[in-house]
Ligand binder design. Structure first.
Ligand code: GDP
Length: 533
């Protein structure tokens, strides 16, 4: 095997590719924008924000997006900071939550979890967290909105540990909250960090590190705040888990930071610590064993997202791929494992701040979008290596909304089947059939309800098929990992439904979690999974 080029190694070593996970409104967009501000990718905060306008600039895809002012698909932002080349994967949150949100996490090497200090762990954070733990990637916590009344610090840490089942290690500690939020205390350096001149968060401002006993800060931090801080630190030092980089790297211990993305307090502190503690591009599992980007000299990548119809006039698709090793050059020919032939990767794009631009080079750790003539599927591997290998596939994630779908005009059955299969192949929806009957009935499952609208819109506009959708009461779907009895003989609650996916794998649909538990109890040896592999 040839040697990896020094220059390529250096480029990969400085990459940090991560996703930000949070519940809507916790402050993910604001924090991302502040990272860009510190990275010098934007001059003044507020220029990326303003969801309606900014997100439009990123991708004006489909009428639905324009009508609703939201982005249906996720994007990537790249910028430089402190010698690192940072790739932030955007995980769509609000109504645009979809299976793509989960898939995006498969392309990340670590995750930053943003939590609203007044709310603690919320539903969407919990879902995204589960996917991160499945991959054992490092997870960092930023407790945001400390400039508002916050929950007690110990309660917040306890909430994360109880709700998510991960140990926490606060790297810094907040001094007050709401109007009384003064800064953070760095536990390792035993210094107080105070912030000034951020102009309500629009500019970087200054950070000052001083001893808690420095008379210079007595005007800022009251005696009672100082006393409270000392007591809390003593308690935490005595009872909390110590910092352990190895556990952090395995995703078993989450370093916790406090701050306010709005006012910039604690943002740069977080960024600096995080970049040191997180990881450069990780090795990825393939059918030829793990592929280490520091060893493998040739280009390899896997597709994690397919975005259709960027341009309505053409049926263009863009395949987003995570480069896992080597160097990418525009127009290069690579081997497409699943297609079994060579393909040219053309029109490579990357997002810099909020602009889409063409690129000529990229490295392991980077995300690129390339023109897809309709040949790629999610999970596909591309490689320039002579030892052809395929990366481990991307699991299918459990949809939470289900509907029975049929075409209005029975004469259009063929177009309907073609369209719905194609849309499913792109990964926008999942389709199921009754377990024992034929193809007649189609059940569609989606992670976010917006995908139903996308499906209807696309079938009408691209395939000229009008459909009828009847929503079904199910909210949970489980793959059958193993079962002692035949699927036909599995007995569940009366509201349970048996279906199969496109690959013929049996699945169970449930209305509530109670039914899942009952079914597992009633069928000895039945193991269900939230992920389809
Ligand atoms: P996202 O939905 O997670 O991307 O959240 P956004 O970044 O859009 O923030 C949601 C709302 O919370 C916006 O009105 C922000 O201005 C506000 N916000 C974000 N961070 C902070 C913070 O640190 N303090 C306060 N007070 N508000 C914040």
């Amino acid at each position: 095997m040839s040697e990896i080029k020094e220059e390529v190694k250096e480029q990969i070593a400085k990459r940090r590719t991560f996703a930000i996970i949070s519940h809507p409104d916790a402050g993910k967009t604001t924090l991302t924008e502040k990272f860009l501000l510190y990275g010098g990718a934007i001059n003044q905060a507020g220029s990326v924000k303003g969801k309606a306008t900014a997100r439009h600039a990123v991708s004006d895809w489909m009428e639905i997006e324009k009508e609703r002012g939201i982005s249906v698909t996720s994007s990537v932002l790249q910028f430089n900071y402190g010698g690192y080349c940072i790739n932030i994967l955007d995980t769509p949150g609000h109504q645009d939550f979809s299976e793509d949100t989960y898939r995006t996490l498969m392309a990340a090497d670590s995750a930053v979890m943003v939590i609203d200090a007044s709310k603690g762990v919320e539903a969407q954070t919990r879902k995204l967290f589960k996917v991160c733990t499945m991959r054992h990637i490092p997870i960092f916590t930023f407790i945001n909105k400390m400039d508002r009344e916050a929950m007690d610090t110990f309660e917040l840490l306890d909430d994360i540990e109880q709700e998510l089942g991960i140990a926490t290690c606060p790297i810094n500690w907040p001094i007050g909250s709401g109007k009384e939020f003064r800064g953070v205390y760095d536990r390792a350096e035993k210094q107080v960090e105070i912030f000034s001149g951020t102009q309500k968060g629009t500019t970087q401002g200054e950070v000052k590190k001083v001893s808690i006993n420095d008379p210079e800060i007595s005007w800022l931090i009251s005696d009672s705040q100082k006393l409270q801080l000392e007591e809390e630190i003593e308690l935490q030092d005595g009872a909390g888990a110590p910092f352990d980089q190895e556990l952090v790297s395995k995703g078993e211990l989450s370093p916790v930071f406090f701050g306010s993305a709005l006012t910039n307090f604690g943002v740069e502190t977080f960024l600096q610590h995080f970049l040191k503690m997180t990881t450069s591009p990780l090795p990825r599992m393939s059918d030829a064993g793990p592929i280490d980007p520091m060893v493998e000299p040739d280009f390899s990548a896997f597709v994690f997202k397919i975005q259709a119809n960027m341009n309505k006039a053409h049926r263009d698709r863009i395949a987003f791929m995570r480069i896992c090793s080597g160097e990418f050059e525009a127009g290069m020919d690579v081997w497409h494992m699943q297609g079994g032939k060579k393909v040219r990767l053309s029109q490579p794009q990357q997002l810099m701040a909020s602009e889409r631009k063409m690129i000529s080079k990229a490295y392991g750790g980077d995300i690129i979008g390339v023109f897809d003539p309709g040949i790629f599927s999610i999970g596909d591997t591309l490689t320039a290596s002579a030892n052809r290998f395929s990366y481990e596939g991307i699991p299918t994630f459990a949809p939470e909304h289900f509907a029975r779908v049929r075409q209005v005009d029975t004469m259009k059955r063929k177009q309907f089947i073609k369209g719905i299969n194609q849309i499913a192949q792109e990964g926008a929806i999942q389709i199921f059939q009754e377990f024992n009957t034929g193809m007649e009935e189609i059940i569609v499952g989606v992670v976010g309800v917006l995908q139903f609208d996308v499906l209807k819109y696309r079938l009408e506009n691209e395939y000229n098929v009008e459909i009828r959708m009847d929503s079904l009461p199910y909210e949970y779907i489980r793959w059958i990992e193993s079962s002692k009895t035949e699927v036909d003989k599995i007995t569940g609650t009366s509201d349970m439904k048996k279906v199969k996916d496109l690959k013929g794998r049996p699945l169970l649909l449930f209305v509530n979690e109670w039914s899942i538990r009952m079914t597992v109890e009633r069928n000895e040896g039945l193991v269900l999974s939230e992920f389809g592999r």
